[in-house]
Ligand binder design. Structure first.
Ligand code: ZN
Length: 380
C-alpha cells in the first residue's frame, strides 16, 4: 500500500514523510482515527515508504522488491499482531487454521474494515477477541531476533485496544525502550480503550475521517461510479470509506437486480414489459448506463461458466446462483453467449461514443429477444 493509494489526507502523509526525513519519527506510533478511516492503510503506507529501496520525495516507488513484498504483506521484517480467540494447539492443527494468511487477506482486501469485518473474515464464531499475554510474549521474542535484511524491524499491532491488560503490561517496557532499530506501529479506532500507560508511550498520528470530496473522487476513479451517485454515497458515508464501499456494493446489487429483470423478461418474451425498462435506463446518466452494461457482461460470464459446468469459477452468491441456474436453462445455450456478449460489448462501445442510450438499449434488447425466441421455437 503506497501513500498514493490512499485518497486525500495530504496533510497526514506530508507530516509522516517529513518526520522520516527530519529523523523525528518516534519508535512507537499510534495511528488512531474513526471507524472507516485510513488508520491501517496509513501505517502500511509509512512502512512501504520506510522499506522501499527507491523512494521518491513523497512516496514509496511501488515497483522495487521491497514494495512488491510489502504489497503482499510478506516482508520478513514487517511483523503483525492482531486480536485472536483463544484456541488450543490441537484445534489449530486439526482445523488447519492459518491466522496469519487470513489476516493478510483481510488487510489487503478490506484495509478500511472494522473489527466486525475482521471476525467474519477470520471465520471466527466467537467475539471474545484479545491480544493475549502469550501473544505479547511472541511479540517480545520476535523483536529480540536480528532483522532479516539488516535494517530495522517493525511490529504492527492492529486492533491494539484489544490488548489484554496482562499483555499490555508485559509490553510496556519494550514499547518504552525497544531494542535498537525497532519500530512499533499501533493501530486503533478506539484509543480511549487503551491503557494510559501505553498511550503515554506513543507518538499519536491522528487519521481523520475522509472528506466527502475525497470519498466521491475515489469512488469515481476507482470504480467508475457516476459523479452524482458518488456524491450521494459520500454524503451518506460520513467520512467512512468502509461505509462508502458497503453503499457502493448496494448500488451494484441494484444493478444486478435490474439486469436479472431484463434477462427474465426477455426469456418470457414479455415485450410490453421490456420497453418501460428502456425508458428507465434512458433517464439515468451515462456512467450508470455504462456500468449497467458491464454488470450485464459479468452476469453473462457467470451464465457461461454455469452452462459449461465450471462452477468453481463462479463468483456470485447463493441468491444470484439460483437466478443464473434458472436463466441458463431457459434462455441461453453456450452457443448464444458469445453472440449476446458481443451485443453487450457493442452497446458499451456505442454508449461511450455518446450514441443515444434509448436507441442503444432498444437494439440490444431486440437482439436478446430474437435469441430467446429462436431458442424457444427450436425447443433447444
Ligand atoms: Zn519501492
Amino acid at each position: 500500500m503506497r501513500f498514493s493509494s490512499i485518497p486525500g489526507l495530504a496533510e497526514t502523509k506530508q507530516k509522516l514523510v517529513s518526520s522520516v526525513k527530519n529523523n523525528h519519527l518516534a519508535h512507537a506510533l499510534l495511528f488512531h482515527g474513526p471507524e472507516g478511516s485510513a488508520t491501517l492503510p496509513m501505517a502500511l503506507g509509512l512502512a512501504s515508504f520506510l522499506y522501499c529501496e527507491n523512494p521518491t520525495e513523497t512516496d514509496s516507488c511501488g515497483t522495487c522488491a521491497a514494495c512488491h513484498r510489502l504489497d503482499k504483506l510478506i516482508l520478513p521484517d514487517l511483523n503483525f499482531a492482531f486480536p485472536q480467540i483463544a484456541r488450543s494447539k490441537k484445534e489449530v492443527e486439526t482445523e488447519k487454521i492459518d491466522d496469519m494468511a487470513n489476516w493478510r487477506k483481510f488487510a489487503m482486501e478490506q484495509p478500511y474494515g472494522n473489527i466486525h469485518d475482521f471476525v467474519v473474515a477470520m471465520g471466527m464464531q466467537k467475539k471474545q477477541l484479545n491480544i493475549s499475554k502469550d501473544e505479547a510474549r511472541k511479540i517480545i521474542q520476535t523483536l529480540s531476533l536480528k532483522s532479516f535484511e539488516g535494517g530495522f524491524k517493525t511490529m504492527m499491532i492492529w486492533g491494539v485496544e484489544h490488548l489484554h491488560p496482562s499483555a499490555a503490561n508485559s509490553l510496556l517496557k519494550i514499547i518504552e525502550e525497544p531494542p535498537e532499530k525497532t519500530l512499533f506501529l499501533l493501530i486503533t479506532n478506539d484509543p480511549e480503550k487503551l491503557l494510559t500507560t501505553i498511550l503515554s508511550r506513543t507518538q499519536k498520528v491522528f487519521v481523520r475521517g475522509f472528506s466527502d470530496q475525497e470519498i466521491a473522487e475515489h469512488l469515481v476513479s476507482e470504480f467508475q461510479l457516476a459523479g452524482e451517485k458518488a456524491n450521494q454515497i459520500a454524503i451518506l458515508s460520513d467520512g467512512s470509506m468502509r461505509e462508502a464501499y458497503r453503499l457502493r456494493d448496494e448500488v451494484k446489487d441494484q444493478q444486478v437486480q435490474l439486469i436479472r429483470q431484463w434477462f427474465l423478461k426477455c426469456a418470457g418474451l414479455k415485450v410490453h414489459e421490456i420497453f418501460p425498462l428502456v425508458t428507465d435506463f434512458d433517464k439515468s446518466d451515462v456512467e450508470s448506463q455504462k456500468s449497467l452494461i458491464l454488470t450485464g457482461l459479468f452476469v453473462l460470464r457467470e451464465i457461461l461458466l454455469k452452462r459449461l459446468s465450471v462452477e468453481d469459477l463462479l463468483r456470485t452468491q447463493d441468491e444470484d446462483r439460483v437466478f443464473i441456474e434458472k436463466i441458463s436453462k431457459v434462455l441461453i445455450t453456450e452457443e448464444d453467449v458469445p453472440t449476446i456478449y458481443q451485443k453487450f460489448n457493442e452497446a458499451y462501445y456505442h454508449l461511450e461514443r455518446n450514441i443515444n442510450a434509448k436507441f442503444v438499449l432498444t437494439v440490444l434488447l431486440l437482439d436478446v429477444l430474437k435469441i430467446a425466441q429462436n431458442k424457444q421455437r427450436n425447443g433447444r
